[in-house]
Design a protein around this ligand. Structure first.
Ligand SMILES: [Zn+2]
Length: 492
């Protein structure tokens, strides 16, 4: 029997502002969509926290036995510099400044994004669609919204008619805003504005002559509005209504509000059962911002190259630090907080090592089943990872007591104890063993040195086919050989 039948998972739904019992549309299956990055610069640590929070959600759903289809998109076009459909496309602007192709920008920062997430041990999503790969579908949905009368065309652009929509549906239900208040608080439109009302948002924008990324459409050459891609890609892969939609708190309005409006205007259906929003990461008590210098990139934490830090921290410690806070709480990062997290992480990992060699008695005087249930109860309470971690440290305390002979454990209890500890630490929280990381590097180095030796021998024997084969095979694995005066070295 799958675990999920025995558990009652509750999720805080941003749409109803309360915790609700999770009931997927199709029993045993979960469809989950998370807004991915706009790949025009290196991924921020704050974004990493959001993606890590939903990785934990994904991992727990898998752990409970659900079959999960997890879709996380890549925004590679259409995201303008400000929310009012003004300014340049973020990717086009970067391409212009760096004098490279927009697709080079996309490639560079998609690779960077994947590398960083791999370091943090995030599982890849089931599907990772791109906005530019779904232009045809975006045009199709605009036609539907136009046909149903909730959009209008102006000079080659198409705008969503928020006021008309709000007569039938409710614009603002996710963010708790009222359209009348929004209207009262916005400036008057000028004659140059194409929109009927400032709340209207672009579904399609006409491409000005200097705009590099453009596609043909029934309304002329242009590009899709940013909110549209998520509606199109989520419904294409998960259906017109699906289970979970996640994203950062900052996306609630207008992005997610617009997604709901687009779906209702197209299919007359609310797209999402459970809306989940992850909170932000601050640095030394203040909002992170490049402009003020109160900023930290993932690579700077791994290398320690930032004046905020006293030393480098491995990705596992950062992950552990983030898991110590509930995903809906603001989390403040500081050097002291990371030092404390590192201590906790080491204590947990050391205890897991000791666990392998715990003495077994004929009886057990620990309530392991009760403890295990408390671990599940924590996670079932809207993925409460900090409470789970507190229970895991109760387990750490027991490990030491058992070793000192102050508590006993029978064989069955030992298996249950180990499976529960490891299941939560590695599978659910996504931690990696510190030892595994260092041993792997040693093994890798040994294997690469052996191949270098074999390649040198092949070269000495003038067997260039073999020596080239070794070099190319290593290169395809991301290991570059470099021949120098002091012999052959390699880089990853
Ligand atoms: Zn989105």
């Amino acid at each position: 029997m799958a675990l999920y039948e025995e558990q009652t998972l509750k999720i805080y739904n941003s749409l109803s502002s309360q915790k609700e019992v999770f009931q997927p549309i199709h029993e045993g299956h979960v469809g989950m969509y998370v807004c991915g990055p706009t790949v025009y610069s290196k991924v921020h640590l704050g974004n990493c926290r959001t993606f890590m929070s939903f990785d934990m959600v994904y991992r727990y759903l898998l752990h409970l036995g659900y079959k999960v289809r997890f879709v996380r998109n890549i925004t590679d076009a259409g995201h303008l510099e400000d929310d009012a459909d003004q300014g340049e496309d973020k990717i086009s602007k970067r391409a212009r400044l760096e004098k490279i192709e927009p697709m080079e920008v996309v490639q560079r920062y998609t690779v960077d994004f994947h590398n960083i997430l791999r370091k943090f041990n995030l599982l890849p999503p089931s599907i990772e669609p791109t906005a530019t790969g779904h232009i045809v579908e975006q045009i199709e949905i605009i036609k539907i919204i136009l046909d149903r009368g909730y959009a209008y065309e102006k000079n080659g652009s198409v705008y969503f008619d928020v006021q008309k929509f709000n007569k039938v549906y409710h614009y603002g239900k996710l963010s708790g805003r009222k359209l009348e208040d929004m209207i009262a608080n916005t400036r008057e439109l000028t004659a140059q504005d194409e929109k009927k009302n400032s709340q209207d948002f672009a579904l399609w924008k006409r491409a000005e002559p200097q705009h590099i990324m453009r596609w043909p459409s029934p309304w002329g050459e242009g590009f899709p509005g940013w909110h549209l891609e998520c509606t199109v890609m989520s419904t294409k892969y998960l259906g017109e209504t699906f289970d979970i939609h996640g994203g950062g708190m900052d996306l609630k309005f207008p992005h997610h509000e617009c997604e709901i409006a687009q779906s209702e205007a197209s299919y007359d259906k609310s797209p999402v059962r459970y809306w989940m929003h992850a909170n932000m990461l601050t640095l030394n008590g203040k909002k992170m911002a490049k402009s003020t210098g109160n900023n930290l990139l993932p690579d700077e934490i791994f290398s320690g190259e930032n004046k905020i830090l006293s030393k480098p921290y491995p990705p596992s410690v950062i992950r552990f630090f983030m898991m110590q806070a509930h995903y809906t709480s603001i989390l403040d990062l500081s050097d002291e907080a990371l030092l404390a997290a590192e201590k906790g992480y080491t204590r947990l990992m050391d205890a897991l090592d000791l666990m392998e060699h715990l003495p077994v008695s004929s009886s057990s005087d620990l309530d392991l089943k009760g403890w295990r249930q408390r671990c599940y109860d924590a996670m079932n309470d809207d993925f409460n990872s900090p409470v789970l971690i507190a229970h895991l440290f109760e387990g750490v305390k027991w490990i030491h007591l058992i070793r000192e002979g102050k508590q006993t454990l029978d064989a069955g209890g030992k298996t249950l104890f180990q499976d529960t500890m490891k299941g939560f630490v590695f599978d659910v929280l996504g931690m990696e063993s510190a030892h595994a990381e260092s041993v792997d590097t040693e093994k890798l180095d040994g294997a690469v040195q052996l191949l270098i030796k074999m390649r040198n021998k092949a070269r000495a024997d003038k067997d260039y086919a073999t020596s080239d084969e070794i070099r190319d095979a290593l290169s395809s694995l991301g290991i570059q050989l470099k021949d120098g005066k002091e012999g052959t070295t390699y880089s990853l």
